[in-house]
Design a protein around this ligand. Structure first.
Ligand SMILES: Cc1cc2nc3c(=O)[nH]c(=O)nc-3n(C[C@H](O)[C@H](O)[C@H](O)COP(=O)(O)O)c2cc1C
Length: 166
């Protein structure tokens, strides 16, 4: 028997557990946990991430039009929880957590080196859907640890112990 579901909120599961890293115009780095995200174009390759306007990261992405999507391994669970519950408006979260960063090679935003895959993106459009603004990012570059890339240059996702946060 079917039972009526009262709330349709966030009903697509599983949701990806991603870290979006960004940088403001003064060069300050930040990152937040994001699960509103998906692939949205095969050719050209694009992804879409949803950020609530009240997040500190929002103004960074809005101003610069750049962000990096980082795939998160299970061993970053505690840091992921911190980045998803504390705000960059109060502290430099990445420094506090001693997370390693490097400059993006195509976009002015940080790569999170503790993550096995970093996807550099430029915003080409955005849609305010309601609670979130969905940023469509054209993929400019993908970085991946050498032990997860096969001979043809494809990422072997089975070799990443991806975080399933909840
Ligand atoms: C599992 C998880 C998923 C989240 N997904 C999103 C999301 O898709 N979009 C969003 O704006 N915030 C999301 N958040 C909340 C932000 O990560 C959180 O508010 C964070 O503290 C914002 O950081 P900032 O203020 O430094 O940008 C999520 C948090 C968690 C724990």
């Amino acid at each position: 028997m079917e039972k009526k579901v009262a709330k349709a909120k966030s009903c697509l599961k599983p949701a990806p557990d991603l870290l979006i890293s960004c940088r403001d115009k003064e060069g300050n780095n930040n990152a937040l946990a994001v699960e509103y995200a998906c692939n949205c174009s095969f050719d050209p390759p694009m992804v879409m991430v949803g950020i609530v306007p009240s997040r500190y990261s929002y103004h960074m992405v809005k101003e610069t039009g750049k962000f990096v999507v980082n795939l998160v391994p299970e061993n970053l669970r505690e840091k992921y929880a911190y980045l998803g519950t504390h705000s960059g408006k109060d502290e430099n979260k990445l420094e506090k957590l001693e997370m390693k960063v490097a400059d993006g090679t195509k976009v002015d935003a940080p790569l999170l080196l503790d993550c096995p895959v970093n996807i550099e993106c430029t915003v080409v459009d955005s849609v305010k859907t309601g609670s979130h603004e969905m940023f469509i990012g054209k993929i400019e570059e993908v970085h991946a640890n050498e032990d997860i890339v096969d001979g043809e240059g494809n990422i072997d996702y089975s070799k990443i112990d991806l975080l399933k946060f909840r």
